[in-house]
Ligand binder design. Sequence first.
Ligand code: HEM
Length: 309
Amino acid sequence: MTDTVATQPVDAPLTDAAIFLVLTVADDDSATGVVRDVLSGLDDLVKTVGFRDPRSRFSCTAAIGSRVWTRLTGKAQPAELHPFREIAGATHTAVATPGDLLFHIRADRQDLCFEFERLLLDALGAATSMTDEVFGFRYFDARDLLGFVDGTANPVGPDLPAATLVGEEDPAVAGGSYVVVQKYLHSLEAWEKLSTEQQEAVIGRRKIDNLELPDATTGQKSHKTLNTIEDDAGEHDILRDNMPFGSPGSGEFGTYFIGYTRHLWVLERMLERMFVGDPPGLHDRILDFSTPHTGTTFFAPSATLLADL
Ligand code: HEM
């Protein structure tokens, strides 16, 4: 089935700039029509902007939340799609926040992302309202603002579609992908009080050369180990394209987390292990320095499904 549908550019390479746009769709019928038109014409809008500098690797992935899925597509919900479920650990909570549409806009030039967002919002007009808008930037060698290289363990080659694209298990939406976003703000002052060795133990990799540290088998587990999901079928990966964002002038230092996955349960298991802990009580120490302010789940359908709307 996935061979016969065109997929969205979920696997686009890491770029120098990105905009994460979360919108809410108005509740009237005319809004449904406008949003459908814009989504089905997304490919043309991408060409309009991207062709102005083909070397800038411009792309946009659009995803739809469960509240408006059936209204916009006329189809049953993807099997695992539901609104983001809050996870309240003993110390930290993964909050759930609203949002009906996600546009993940990527390029090596911020101006192209900006121009695309401008044209997109013009076309949507009053059919949508702004819920969240974040401008992300590449920070040195793909580091997050905690100073660690972020994205290394992402699947590549044939593992990438296998980890991100729904297949025969849900034929009506094959070639699509579940997407979860969370906007984290860091307490850099507290983080910088840790020694480099302590920071490395939190993440599970060395800071300077990115080398992986051994997994702890008992006691406190690192971020890397808590996010390693294994069962009888082997290890289950997701694809992340996190971006730093912020404003030193207003003391805002953030990581915009975005994860694409074939099976929503895999990403939800990761969140549970981070916030509740494994064993429960031993949560991911990254959360002592990083607070999520949003949490929203979407489904990015195949490009074929979008064009047919
Ligand atoms: C404050 C937000 C976050 C930051 C700064 C962050 C940073 C990192 C870093 C530096 C690594 C190690 C290098 C790498 O493989 O990329 C990593 C690994 C990973 N993170 Fe995160 N992360 C964040 C949130 C999350 C969330 C919310 C999830 C999942 C729900 C997640 C899933 C993963 C996975 C799957 C890995 C790879 C584990 C492996 O080695 O197999 N991360 N993260």
